[in-house]
Design a protein around this ligand. Structure first.
Ligand code: NAP
Length: 288
């Protein structure tokens, strides 16, 4: 039976570390990190994420600025707000909650955020830095997965790692981070032929598909570490991962639950990125 990787516990540890560092930053340098979160429209899931981010800012001692713009906001209006936030020295991190309504090009918005304040690490300049392994920020979800893997104490170097999903925000950076830790990495997607034959090779399997209970026990190697990034809402309103938890638990050595696995890590890593941004922008050495 798999041991549970407790995202609530690991994320609480990361946030506590950020809180302590923030306290020091305030006392020694008089700096309080600030995060601006922009939400456009009324998507209920986005609202929940934004509220959670605000709460996390309070927990770690950041200033938080929330901008809730109406659904009909134009791209020009949103870009103008981003420019204002870029120029505001009280704002160290800027996050525009995605998805944005269809009249707005999300790439234009990502490109407009100053790379120094891009705490999501979606800007092409930051993506490029991740590729060469010389980065200030890592995208929050894959960075959170790396913390969860570290919490197991299992060495990644030399392991067969399989990532299901190749999105820019999860799958691709996830693969790159595992590669930086010397895993032997395979990335699967909807055109992968005979997916189970690939996933069954994995010592570390990361599912980022967006389909409830997609990964079943027959796709998993005995003793594998299974990380479930998926967050799928079932018809009954319950949150469910990409992994069929019960049956895969019987086979894996470690597994993340949904909820309580990767989800809380994403916000904790956002807090860490915002602290890093505040330190870097103020010339304070980062040792996190
Ligand atoms: P996405 O952009 O929709 O990407 C899904 C990926 O899964 C794509 O690369 C797609 O392949 C692949 N895929 C779909 N069907 C497949 C199949 N039958 N076989 C193999 N691969 C298949 O999603 P995302 O943004 O990466 O998110 C993935 C999941 O993670 C979602 O449930 C999302 O809600 C969740 N998520 C969670 C967090 C968190 O904080 N926990 C953060 C971000 C995302 P193609 O590229 O070929 O289409």
């Amino acid at each position: 039976m798999a041991k549970l990787i407790d995202g609530k516990q690991v994320s609480a540890r990361v946030k506590e570390q950020v809180r302590l560092e923030t306290e020091k930053l305030k006392q020694i340098h008089g700096i309080q990190p600030g995060l601006a979160v922009v939400i456009v429209g009324n998507d209920p899931a986005s609202r929940v994420y934004v509220n959670n981010k605000k709460k996390a800012c309070e927990t770690v001692g950041f200033r938080s600025y929330e901008y809730a713009l109406p659904e009909e906001t134009t791209q020009a209006q949103l870009l103008e707000l981003v420019e204002t936030l870029n120029a505001d020295s009280n704002v160290n991190g800027i996050l525009v909650q995605l998805p944005v309504p269809p009249q707005i090009d999300d790439k234009a918005v990502i490109n407009a955020i100053s790379p120094e304040k891009d705490v999501d690490a979606f800007h092409p300049a930051n993506v490029g830095k991740i590729m060469i392994g010389d980065y200030a920020f890592l995208p929050c979800t894959p960075a959170g997965v790396m913390e969860l893997l570290a919490s197991t104490g299992v060495e990644i170097a030399g392991k067969r790692c399989v990532v299901i999903g190749r999105s820019n925000i999860v799958g691709k950076p996830m693969a790159m981070l595992l590669l930086h830790k010397s895993g032997t990495v395979t990335v699967c997607h909807s055109r992968t032929v005979d997916l189970p034959s690939v996933t069954k090779e994995a010592d570390i399997l990361v599912a980022a598909v967006g389909k409830a209970n997609f990964v079943t026990a027959d796709m998993v190697k005995e003793g594998a570490i299974v990380i479930d990034v998926g967050m799928n809402r079932l018809e009954n309103g319950k949150l469910c991962g990409d992994v069929a938890f019960e049956e895969v638990s019987a086979k894996a050595s470690w597994i993340t639950p949904v909820p309580g696995g990767v989800g809380p890590m994403t916000i904790a890593m956002l807090m860490r990125n915002t602290l890093t941004a505040a330190m870097t922008q103020n010339g304070v050495e980062v040792k996190l």
